[in-house]
Every structure is written in C-alpha cells, then in structure tokens.
Design a protein around this ligand. Sequence first.
Ligand code: CA
Ligand code: CA
Length: 306
Amino acid sequence: MQCSHHHISDDRCIFAFGPSNSAVEKAEPGALIAFTTLDCFSNQITTEDQCVTGIDFSRINPATGPVAVDGAVRGDALQVKVLEIVPETRGTIVTIPDAGILGAETKKSTTRICQVKEGSVHFGEITLPARPMIGVIGVACDEETSCGNPGRHGGNLDTTLIGAGATLYLPVFHDGGLLALGDVHAVMGDGEACVAACEVPAEVTVRVGLCKGRAPAWPVLETDDAFSILVSDEDLAHAFEEGFAYAVRALAKANELSWEDAYMLASLVADAGVSQLVNPRKTIRVRIPKSVMTITALLEAMHHDA
Ligand code: CA
Ligand code: CA
C-alpha cells in the first residue's frame, strides 16, 4: 500500500498543548509527515548582538502542527517513529539570568551562534559531533500546557534520545491525537544545564502509527536496544519513584515474575537517567533493556484509563 506524505510548514504552530488545539492537517496511520520547525526562539535571534531578553517571549517554544491521525481516540497510543532530523546551519545558544542549574550565578544574558555543518557543531573554536534531537513533541492534553513544560502528553521533554531511529509512544486524549513538534537541538547534554541547547530550525520527518487501546500513563521511548519511560514532575525523586513503579510492574508482566523478583531485576538492569533539569517540571527516564522487555508488556503495564 502506498502511504501518503504530508508536509507541515513552520507558519502552522502552537505555543501550548491543550483541548483548544485544532488540526492543520490529517494523516492516516502509516503516513509520513515532514514538519518544518522554527527554533525555540521562533528564529528571532540571528546574531550574537541580540539577547534573549530582547525578543518577543510570547513566541517562545513553537511546535509545528498539530496533525490529526485518522482513527486515534482517547485511550490509544500514538506511535511516532522519527525517521530523519535535518538541522539548519545556524544554531543558537544563550544564557539567561536566573535560569538553568546555575541560575543564581548567571548574571547576564549572552548569545552564541554555532555553525552546524556536515555533522558537526562549531562552538567558537570547539568542534562537537552533532546529535540532532527533538526537544518538544506531544499531543493535545486535557489541561492547557505551555510548550515549555513536559507532562504525560509529552511536550518539552528535552530528551537526547529522541533522535532519528527512535519511536515515541504518546497517550491520546483527544480525537486524532493532534501531534505537534519543534525545539530541535543540534546537540545537547543530558540535563540541559544552562536552559538552552544548540537551538536550530529543522526539517523533521516521522511516520505515525496507532496502538489501539494502549495509551501509556507516561511517554515511552523505544531505541535500538532499550525502552525508556519518560516521567516529568517538579520533584525529581518523585519522578524516579513513579518511573520505577511502572518499570517493576512491566518487568513482572514481561518475565512472569513476582513483584519482589521484578523489583530485584529492576535493580540489576534498569538505568535511572536524567533528561532535563531546567524546565518547570523536570524529566527523568528509566531505561529497560530489550533483553527483558517487550513493547506489548510495557504498554500493558503502563496502560492508563484516563
Ligand atoms: Ca526545550
Ligand atoms: Ca530548546
């Protein structure tokens, strides 16, 4: 069967996920969708003379879309496979007073423009390998949530693992799901210490699919050799507690173990990781290797009857 190919331009964007989102395009499961994305500043910064404090903050964190997926209804999981991320050549990173891990020590706003070229990011004299990833990716949720915050619906997850080849499973709350994405980073370290990464406009191509009746309580990410549960909360310790609770439940289901055995297995193989520490809600991940987990068991254990 020939699958359709859609393109969403960067003038179709939202600044919050919520019940008032309406689709700019419809796609069927299996369709390819290319999103042209603005950077997180809506491309307002183009030179190092410009400070982030001088731009229009109502246009921060745009997400291109939303796209309705035919047949997606509340309780389904929307599957989004990231096929390709092509960043533009101009990347921007800033410091903002009182923002980031060292907010109290950050006295001034500074802007650096980084060239992104042939798989490398040029930060001044320092050359880094590019590792393009999507910062904001989510669906319409019940409570209006700024694209600057993450949650059960996805949103500002700022997770380095959301790159080409990864598949994200998001819970559907509203008809069509209403997928939107943006805030691409050419490279970012786990944590996103200074509150910004190498922010780039980009072209992102995904393939959408549906798992009927399999909405997970939190976004689930599939990479080559593992699944990661992505939990966001103001309180990091609580986020890890929530992530491990689902991991243990899923390990018990996938391996037919008692809760106690699954808890011990989690202690042996599940890795706690940090996605970002700088958004209003922080995002953590619990990574479970595929050797002891299947997507079916994981989505079943994480099923959320919202
Ligand atoms: Ca972000
Ligand atoms: Ca960003």
